[in-house]
Design a protein around this ligand. Sequence first.
Ligand code: AMP
Length: 283
Amino acid sequence: MKVLGTVKDVRAASRELRRGGTLGLVPTMGALHEGHVSLVRAAKDRCDAVAVSIFVNPAQFGPNEDLAKYPRTMEQDLRLLEAEGVDLVFAPTPEEIYPSGKPTTFVEVAGIGERLDGASRPGHFRGVTTVVSKLFHAVEPDMAFFGQKDAAQVAVLQAMVRDLDFGLEMVVCPTVREADGLALSSRNRYLSAEERARALVLWRALQAGQDAAARGCDGSCISSQMRAVLEAEPGVRVDYAEAVDARTLLPVEDVHSGALLAVAAWVGATRLIDNLVLPAVSR
Ligand code: AMP
């Protein structure tokens, strides 16, 4: 497994890998867990070679967010990726990605990029789309693998790939959960034991939303039921609880043709997100 830190080196190495077949890219911020591993395995299944990027991207963190304390576990991550049979790891420094300190050219998806997390974390998706564009240019993958866990990010990146004609296939992999339903996240390690127990409320809220939909509730009614479940949990502050169109992230009322139920909440000082896809039902 090659571990490289510069765009120049990674471009040369990935061109070499693509000579032998297709190349998949799994972009991550490290602190790897089974959710990331599921993406790597999907990439191994679908592609001849797999590259993983590890970069805690300053441009997607707001001024009061957790950039400085975001978990960094590089040695452990590299051991895990080696064991998974990854071919190439791109682990650049912030200076390599942003030589002038911060980005001066941005990729921004208007509209979709300002909804859900884009509304509560202004500039977040602009940071994501900018860095993912740079990663796509450096690695030039045939396929890129992302988690359904970050459903709004998926919608934003799919719009970017479509709008800017990145010639690659986006593959979205299911959310990996703990046995009790909590979605795996690098940020779960911030939670105390008590907060970890309270964090399950996100999954409970989504299930309440799904039950409400099965009873015939419309989008606003589903949203308020999910919000009520979140608000009933002590120590939890709701950011959003919405039924939206999975592509546009705009609120939907009629959920018969499918909807994305998405929630975000602070559990103590930790902001967590989760979602569930309601399938289309025939009437
Ligand atoms: P991150 O390192 O948090 O930026 O995540 C890197 C990739 O892993 C993103 O595409 C995430 O959506 C995906 N991911 C994170 N958590 C999970 C999970 N629990 N299940 C599946 N994919 C995940």
